[in-house]
Write a protein that binds this ligand. Structure first.
Ligand code: SF4
Length: 294
């Protein structure tokens, strides 16, 4: 049987930059592929799709031989290198065993338990949309377990639109039963700031099924300060609550660059406090400029 090779766009060791575990040392696997486009982020006129400019569609790829040579795109999805078809040839494809070894190689002491601090490093699956590759996640975790030093803290960053397969649900039930592992659902529902239509992105029953597998998680919305955006945050959250999702809400100011974050952050922070949510500035943007590999 041919060994399945898993496409991804990057593997790196950094911090978690957003939300509940902000600042936690984290080894990242950014899987390739997404079911959305989110072309609306950071466009000058969100209400006029004809005016949107999309750098990821225009960039000249001649001479670019690896993902690391790509810039972070200012408009549209800032992770478009992790799903757009025109970048697919740049995506490494490796077996689960090789990816597990590559993840381990990045960790101090090659261990999810730090040799000095004895604290756990987190493992985060991101994308793209990592739940398009549920089998890959299982096989990579299986390969890490074979190595005898598996992560105790696992995050999946998802847009909340992909249903869990029966196999993946059963896998989680078995893995989390009587286990010290914390499975953390970091759900970022795409509201109007993404440019995607509500009916395509807000799927309360799907996220409700995530919450049944693990009570740990967060709902993380990208907000631009527009009153219509706040209305969508409130409407969507009410629907998730009705579907049994108790995850706390985090608000992220829109923008992938530090200047974008600073432009809006103070106003959005004030609104976030008044509305009773948690603020999630994108700390990696301030620290590292949101470069790839951070
Ligand atoms: S869901 Fe995430 S990765 Fe996919 S297009 Fe939207 S912002 Fe980008």
């Amino acid at each position: 049987m041919t060994e399945r090779r898993i496409p991804y766009s990057e593997i790196f060791y950094s911090i978690q930059g957003e939300g509940r575990y902000c600042g936690a040392p984290t080894v990242w696997l950014r899987l390739f592929g997404c079911n959305l486009n989110c072309d609306g982020f950071m466009q000058d006129n969100l209400d006029d799709p004809a005016s949107w400019r999309l750098d990821y569609k225009d960039i000249d790829l001649s001479g670019i031989t690896s993902m690391g040579e790509l810039p972070v795109f200012q408009r549209g999805c800032d992770s478009s290198y992790s799903w757009a078809k025109r970048f697919r040839h740049l995506a490494p494809k490796e077996s689960a065993e090789t990816i597990a070894e590559n993840l381990r190689d990045l960790l101090p002491g090659r261990s999810f338990r730090h040799p000095t601090s004895a604290q756990d490093a987190h493992l985060a699956f991101t994308g793209g949309e990592p739940l398009m590759q549920q089998t890959a996640i299982m096989t990579i975790l299986g390969a890490l377990h074979v190595g005898g030093d598996a992560p105790n803290r696992i995050t999946v960053e998802t847009n909340g639109t992909r249903p869990l397969s029966k196999t993946f649900t059963a896998y989680l039930a078995t893995m989390l039963e009587d286990s010290a592992t914390e499975w953390f659902w970091s759900v970022s529902p795409k509201i109007r700031t993404s440019g995607e239509p509500w009916d395509k992105t807000i799927a309360p029953e799907i996220v409700g099924a995530y919450a049944q597998t693990s009570p740990h998680g967060q709902l993380k919305y990208v907000v631009d300060g527009d009153e219509r955006t706040w209305d969508e945050v409130e409407r969507a959250t009410a629907l998730y609550r009705a579907a049994g999702v108790r995850f706390p809400v985090f608000i992220m100011p829109v923008g992938g660059r530090v200047e974008d974050q600073q432009r809006l952050a103070a106003d959005i922070a004030e609104q976030t406090i008044q509305r009773g949510y948690n603020l999630a500035p994108r700390v990696h943007c301030y620290l590292f400029g949101n470069a790839l590999g951070t």
